[in-house]
Structures are given as C-alpha cells and as structure tokens.
Design a protein around this ligand. Sequence first.
Ligand code: DHB
Ligand code: MG
Length: 227
Amino acid sequence: MYESEGAWREVDAYFVDTLVPEDKALTDARESGRRTTMPQAEVAPNQGKLLAMLCRMSGATKVLEFGTLAGYSTIWLARAVGAGGHVTSLELEEHNAAIARANLEHAGVADRVDVIVGPAAESARRLVKEVKDGTAPYDFVFIDADKPSNPAYLEASLALTRPGSVIVIDNVVRNGAVTDPDSPDDRVQGVRTVLADIARDARLEATALQTVGSKGWDGFTIIRRTS
Ligand code: DHB
Ligand code: MG
C-alpha cells in the first residue's frame, strides 16, 4: 500500500461516478469476479471504457481477448463492437468461463461472444490454423491472461491481425517491478520479453503508460500494427 493509494482510489471513484456509469450487468460481473480463480484481477471501470473506446476509435468489430475471468472486460469489448461484431475470449478455467457466460448473458451480449476454454496458447494456435491465407480475423486484441505467456500471446496475435489492428497488453508495470532485469518473477520476465519483442518488430509501433487508481500502480502497452 502506497501512502497516496487512498487518493488514487478516490480520484478513480470520482472519475467513474462522473464519466463511467456502470449498469447492473457490469457491477454484477465485477462482483462475481470474486468467485473466479483470480479475484479482483479485472480492469477498473474507467479502464474497461478505455478498451471500449479504443475499439470504437479504431473501428474494430472483431476482438480477441486472452483471459476472460468473469467477463468484465469482455462485456465492455462486446458492447463496443455492437450487434454486428464478435468477441473471442480465451479462458483457462471452465469454472471462470461458466461465470463469464452467465454474465455475458445477463449483459445481453452472449450471442456475439465465444468463450473458449483451455490453455490460451493452445486455443490461439487452433485459431491460427483456421486462418485462411490472406484473411485477418481480428481488428483488436486485449492480452490479459497469465503474464509469462505474453510473448506467445503476442506472436499468436500477429498471426491473427492485419495492418491497422490494435493490441493492448495489461499489467506491464506491476508496482514498478518491470524495470528489474534480474527479477526472479516470471510474470515480470514475461512482460520484459514481450516489450523487447515489440521493440524489435518493424511491423509494430507501441507505447506504454503507467496507471494509478483503484487497481493500484500498473499500466498498459498499446500497440498499433503498421504492416
Ligand atoms: C494480475 C493479473 C491481472 O491481469 C491483473 O489485472 C492484476 C493482477 C496478477 O497476475 O497478479
Ligand atoms: Mg489484467
């Protein structure tokens, strides 16, 4: 707990109250996150809305998500793509996927979301195999699953997107731990490796932003595929 963490939380509460009203489907989805294998790991409301706005600003209608949990961000993404859009969300645990499916139903977006259960790297590999030559199934990718697999998830994302597609990666700061090249934490190493992969990939432009707020001190990487 940082000394200023109370103030970060108060400001987030003010912003959310002012600009990011949640309906019952969203508050219930957030609440039910406590019953998943990763309690309270979902994005904050103002972050969920950021994801939704990035989708709409980039004109995305087909979204791929790594890490569903209770489907909180999935609801934001599914609403952003509209009735004609589609979200594929990859989740390791059937227990979490069942909670997510109920939340997606309640939010009125179950018909435009597929939750695929299993190790996300394997599910993504199957999606890559299904890609026909010259087609790019996804316009927007949100990577928010197990952090050691970030490099594998980025690689799969690059086989499933096109120039202009946007990729967002959550949790790239981890209370500042990301700056330690010798960190023994394989989640930190997963972030550092994927950032290095992004930096040396000529097809990608990217930035990273730190965030403080109701989720503590963390951040996002935002990537645009240029070619
Ligand atoms: C963790 C993972 C998340 O996706 C998140 O948003 C917060 C924490 C974690 O691995 O601890
Ligand atoms: Mg996350």
